[in-house]
Design a binder for this molecule. Structure first.
Ligand code: COA
Length: 405
């Protein structure tokens, strides 16, 4: 340890490596103290194992990284993190290409080694490594992370903060909603998700293809079923361990006519360390899809988040907007029922569109958009050389909770 205390973070011999099983477990044991929530350490370790064996993460989908000193006799983990390989779309110069991106998570430095620049060095090395990691000869154009330590640290290494706003609706609202004028919402189960995700992906692609050639470069993580299921694997595991069963209702849908439906998927996250308490527990809307908006313009499918690319929800001239609002009210009412059943205090939606905000305000007039400064700051690094800030020249489409890792 004495050697570690004096090891300079700028030493040329410091390098990225992949941890051994023993090192990985040691990292988990240390970060579990902060991140296990209401789970015991043993259950937290098991959860991480399960999350590492999903379609999204198995067979190389999840990579563990550590910073070590390659010249030292005692191999010591100076800092560590994980990266998730994800599918993404990039639209630029009138063309849309499918690519892979990496989502960085679980950045963690052992407490006794902090504030010596090791994590900064790791991020610098990682930014370089990810450009070609698992790209099969292509270039990885960008990577993302969700900072819980504000906007500055990661920005210094190229991961610039993007729109990171949300709204919260309490699980219980005192307002009585007259449901007779609302369209009916049906629950979505696991088996429903695959087809809906495919439709969503196709719409997202189309909407990006429809962008004028001179628009900003746009990027989107693909909201595919593997991504959604990874979130659900977590809620299933924690649900079973804390409440004896896994939640079945994974989202809700309004309408049955193809092309005119509105749906969302959600996931429950238990943040409270006491499983009996609901404070802080949040049912997160992972992705909201408005089918006819996604089909009608590139502004749909998540491009029209308020405070996002500066575009707000637009009426499309046929009164669909107020229908969309009512449809979302119905989705939120079902979300509220689920939230109450599963000991959640609130429903959260990241980077909501204005129609989502007005729907939420019908349930709770106090709903206001919160711009986060500290936690879950959606951050993106554009890997090719560029001038100036990319947050001003790149639109992150579909910057919703489903992208979190
Ligand atoms: C955050 C963390 C990874 C930083 O590791 P580190 O090796 O100490 O970081 P470095 O020495 O390279 O850089 C230190 C800088 O990080 C930033 N930083 C560290 N913790 C921070 C925090 N909680 N909030 C804001 N900035 C923070 C500061 O800019 C700090 O510089 P300073 O010492 O001059 O204030 C480490 O503190 C940790 O593991 N924390 C617990 C887990 C966690 O929060 N991970 C981040 C998830 S996004």
């Amino acid at each position: 340890m004495a050697e570690a205390a004096t090891r300079d973070s700028s030493l040329p011999t410091l390098a990225l490596a992949h941890p051994t099983e023993k090192e990985k477990t040691a990292q988990f044991k240390q970060n579990g103290a902060a991140w296990r929530g209401a789970l015991s350490l043993e259950l937290y370790l098991r959860r991480e194992e399960i999350l590492a064996s999903q379609n999204l993460t198995k067979d190389g989908g999840l990579t563990y990284w550590v910073l070590i000193d390659t010249a030292a006799n005692d191999r010591l983990v100076l800092s560590g993190c994980e990266t998730y390989r994800k599918k993404a779309l990039v639209a630029r110069n009138g063309k849309v290409e499918e690519t892979i991106t990496h989502g960085i998570g679980s950045v963690f430095c052992p407490p006794q080694l902090r504030r010596r620049g090791y994590t900064a060095r790791m991020m610098q090395e990682l930014g370089e490594a990810l450009r070609t990691w698992q790209t099969e000869g292509k270039e990885c154009l960008f990577s993302v992370l969700f900072s819980d330590i504000g906007k500055k640290f990661y920005a210094a290494h190229g991961w610039e903060p993007f729109n990171s706003s949300h709204i919260s609706v309490p699980a219980k609202t005192s307002r009585i909603i007259d449901t007779k004028d609302l369209p009916t919402a049906q629950p979505l189960y696991e088996g429903d998700l695959g087809e809906l995700c495919k439709i969503d992906e196709a719409m997202l692609r189309k909407s990006l293809e429809a962008r004028p050639a001179d628009s900003n470069t746009a990027v989107a993580l693909i909201p595919n079923v593997d991504t959604i299921r990874w979130h659900h694997a977590r809620e299933d595991y924690v649900g079973k361990e804390l409440h004896g069963k896994a939640p079945k209702v994974k989202g809700a849908i309004v309408g049955s006519e193809k092309g005119k439906r509105v749906w969302c998927y959600w996931t429950r996250m238990w943040y409270n360390n006491d499983p009996k308490e609901s404070k802080g527990n949040t049912l997160h809307v992972l992705r909201l899809v408005i089918e006819d908006e996604g089909l009608s313009s590139w502004k749909g499918s998540g491009g029209n988040h308020i405070n996002g690319s500066g575009k707000s929800h637009q009426q499309n001239g046929d009164g669909r907007s107020s229908y969309h609002e009512s449809a979302i009210v119905s989705l939120l009412l079902m979300a509220q029922r689920e939230a109450q059943e599963w000991n959640m205090a609130e429903i959260g939606t990241w980077n909501p569109t204005s129609v989502m905000v007005s729907a939420a305000q019908r349930l709770d007039p106090n709903t206001a958009v919160v711009n986060r400064d500290e936690e879950s700051i959606a951050s993106l690094k554009w890997h090719p050389p560029h001038k100036g800030l990319v947050a001003e020249s790149i639109d992150w489409v579909g910057n919703e909770k489903y992208g979190w890792c």
